[in-house]
Design a protein. Structure first.
Length: 162
């Protein structure tokens, strides 16, 4: 008998789970907008809400569900998601340009960060922020601490909060 694998075949270690309002409508949108393929769906006993669905875009899987009172809530315009998806990529600038060209809104253009990465951020139309990073310089904790303090001082001098 084959041994059960701790990570199912075709899955990755980290799998996003998006909570939305009107999940069935969102599934259809993701199919049209991104070519998502629905692999599985578990509907609540009421036959209306979706407890769990699995979608695949390319080689990546993500889960979605309707919000469940007392358990999960979907982001709204007044209460956007506090989650940022962080992607380490070979070329931060190219990844940033690709996202903006595809319709994402720039929230931070590419810049060298004090901790040794080149970073940029965009926001998608669903209220999620995506950050790109390309590691450029290995630093000791002491070098990072000093660089962070210098960064904070520059921000304060510019009247910004670090």
């Amino acid at each position: 008998m084959a041994q059960t694998q701790p990570i199912p075949q075709g899955m990755h270690t980290l799998t996003p789970n998006l909570v939305v309002r009107d999940c069935a409508k969102a599934v259809e949108f993701y199919k049209r907008a991104f070519g998502a393929e629905e692999k599985d769906r578990f509907t609540a006993p009421d036959g209306k809400s979706i407890w769990h669905t699995e979608l695949r875009i390319g080689d990546s899987v993500f889960f979605m569900s309707d919000e469940m009172p007392g358990m999960t809530s979907a982001p709204t315009a007044d209460r956007p998601s506090p989650v940022t998806m962080w992607l380490y990529v070979p070329d931060c600038d190219a990844s940033y340009r690709r996202a903006v060209d595809a319709g994402a809104t720039s929230t931070r253009p590419p810049e060298d960060a004090f901790w040794g990465d080149r970073c940029a951020s965009v926001r998608d139309s669903y209220g999620y922020t995506w950050s790109f990073g390309t590691h450029q310089k290995d630093m000791t904790k002491e070098e990072m601490r000093r660089a962070g303090e210098e960064f904070a001082q520059r921000m304060q001098q510019q009247g910004q909060h670090p």
